[in-house]
Design a protein around this ligand. Structure first.
Ligand SMILES: NC(=O)c1ccc[n+]([C@@H]2O[C@H](COP(=O)([O-])OP(=O)(O)OC[C@H]3O[C@@H](n4cnc5c(N)ncnc54)[C@H](OP(=O)(O)O)[C@@H]3O)[C@@H](O)[C@H]2O)c1
Length: 233
């Protein structure tokens, strides 16, 4: 199974959703999510931590192969994304549903950047088959190479993903408020994950986003929140 990271925004009681939608609108956090999930490692090395210019974060093409990150999500999270914003652009979208024909008849059925998988494990296997280290790309998507893998929700899939040894980081935007929610992020086990200091979190985020981050603390409207990072022990 490929390593992956979780990306989530939660309030101080770990609330993440209400009525199938996000309970808040945080423009800056959405921009952060876009940057975090879209930025591919710079050409040549996954470990190249050099900071690139701000505009240089989108998918990269390498000898005709598009290097792109994957976002794995539950079917309800997919359906919560407004149609005009899905599939998530510049990322490979993997929808997890028990229904093997979930995409049949949908406009995204023929989109090479959208697939469905019938389990989280199947989603990871599929993504791995499109990673460079796993040999030739599958035949109908010859020009895509998956780089980083993110699990982006919702509650059901987070519960499964957080238990996996392949979950390396949890990128958690912690909102310093209590908001009405009916979907929650699972408890983060302190023996499995360590909450990084703000300095360490900033360093990991800079590596992932290839952008200098002045601070991990954000003020937006009536909300204040912080970009936190948990690392698997
Ligand atoms: N704050 C955040 O960062 C954030 C991020 C993402 C989502 N959310 C919120 O979270 C809520 C949605 O979360 P949710 O838990 O209700 O739904 P979800 O996890 O997005 O989707 C649940 C669906 O995914 C499929 N699924 C889940 N686990 C599966 C498995 N192991 N095998 C096969 N299929 C599986 C099933 O689809 P089928 O029924 O089709 O089989 C299931 O009904 C929304 O309110 C959303 O806005 C918040």
């Amino acid at each position: 199974m490929p390593p992956f990271s979780i990306v989530v925004a939660a309030d101080q009681t770990s609330g993440i959703g209400l009525g199938g939608d996000l309970p808040w609108r945080l423009r800056k956090d959405m921009a952060h999510f876009l940057r975090l999930t879209s930025t591919v490692p710079r050409h040549g090395s996954q470990n190249d931590t050099a900071i690139a210019p701000a505009a240089d974060f989108s998918t990269q093409t390498d000898h005709g192969v598009q290097r792109i990150n994957a976002c794995i999500m539950g079917r309800k999270t997919w359906e919560s994304i407004p149609k005009k914003f899905r599939p998530l652009s510049g990322r490979f979208n993997v929808i997890v549903s028990h229904d093997p024909h979930y995409l049949a008849g949908e406009p995204e059925q023929l989109d090479p950047m959208v697939v469905s998988a019938t389990s989280f494990e199947a989603a990871l296997d599929l993504v791995q088959s499109l990673q460079a280290s796993s040999g030739p790309a599958i035949s109908d998507r010859p020009s895509i190479q998956i780089e980083r893998v993110f699990l982006i929700g919702g509650s059901q899939l987070y519960s499964e993903g957080i238990e996996s040894k392949e979950c390396k980081y949890i990128f958690l935007t912690r909102i310093h408020a209590t908001v009405e929610c009916d979907a929650f992020f699972p408890e983060i086990n302190g023996s499995e994950y360590t909450l990084l200091s703000a300095e360490e979190a900033r360093s990991v985020l800079e590596e992932y986003t290839q952008q200098i981050l002045e601070t991990t603390a954000v003020e937006e409207g009536r909300y204040s929140y912080e970009y936190t990072v948990y690392r698997r022990n």
